[in-house]
Ligand binder design. Structure first.
Ligand code: KIV
Length: 272
């Protein structure tokens, strides 16, 4: 049976670890403003991400690359104003992590300005040293493996990652190295479901998936995908939760309930 979490519970990194240990799934969602943040919290979402997806869904860019640190700070402050107990995570945008020192300065600045709890960094193994240094300076991090939208021009498009034995082994190893370096969370994007489940079972830190199957600890979606208002082609891993619902609250609550019951994502929203 699924019971919504008590809304007075303060969500922290150790809280998410406890959920993982207890085998309880958690729901995450992006938000970019105060009003949606309030509503999302009321629906029992555990983690809100101010993602650099804002470059695409709010600003209309083709990629996340133009997003700046100032914009993450602006939206982060607005979202934090709508949250009481939900964990707030912020994306480190393209160009804000070009050296460990730059990342440390930028992450410190972001967390001071917004009072968010976690920063998320794309870059995988390239960010190992940075994750280590941020951990040393008490900054909680979420590493990000699989499809990394900030590398879209290097990768030549948005594609499933970790396919094939060698790429899969490499991802398992990198995930473990990032945990060892001090990452507190790991996000897997567009990764075959079996591989994501293996990584989740191997790691002690909670693993959040988007397009990574049902075998991870938490799920995340871009709010606009969930509400079916994203322009253009919808990603395979997203689902229109507005369908059959009469309000945005009902759609988000449905998402939370399906995640917690392990009913979302099903095979049609996963990769093999
Ligand atoms: O920016 C974003 O919204 C993300 C999602 C893929 C989770 O990183």
């Amino acid at each position: 049976m699924y019971l919504p979490r008590p809304l007075e519970d303060k969500i922290t990194v150790p809280y998410l670890r406890r959920l993982k240990q207890q085998g309880e799934k958690f729901a995450c969602l992006t938000a970019y403003d105060y009003s949606f943040a309030r509503l999302i919290e009321e629906c029992g979402v555990e983690v809100v991400l101010v993602g650099d997806s804002l470059g695409m869904v709010l600003q209309g860019h083709d990629t996340t690359i133009p997003v700046t640190l100032e914009q993450i700070k602006y939206h982060g402050t607005s979202v934090m104003a709508g949250l009481n107990n939900t964990l707030l995570m912020l994306d480190m945008p393209f160009g804000s992590l070009n050296s460990p020192q730059q990342a440390l300065d930028n992450a410190s600045d972001l967390l001071k300005a917004t009072e968010a709890q976690v920063v998320k960094l794309e870059g995988g193994i390239t960010q190992l040293k940075t994750v280590e240094i941020l951990a040393k300076f008490s900054i909680a991090t979420c590493a990000h493996l699989g499809l990394q939208p900030q590398s879209v021009h290097k990768m030549g498009g948005y594609r499933v990652q970790g396919k094939g034995k060698a790429a899969a082994r490499q991802m398992v190893e990198t995930a473990s190295d990032l945990q060892q370096a001090g990452a507190d969370l790991l996000l897997l994007e567009c990764v075959p479901a079996d591989l994501a489940a293996e990584i989740t079972a191997t790691l002690e830190i909670p693993v959040i998936g988007i397009g990574a199957g049902v075998g991870v600890d938490g799920q995340i979606l871009v709010l606009h995908d969930l509400l079916n208002i994203t322009a253009g082609k919808k990603p395979k891993f997203s689902k229109n939760f507005m369908q059959g619902q009469s309000s945005i609250q009902a759609a988000i609550s449905r998402y939370v309930s399906e995640v917690k019951q392990g009913r979302f994502p099903d095979q049609s929203h996963s990769f093999s």
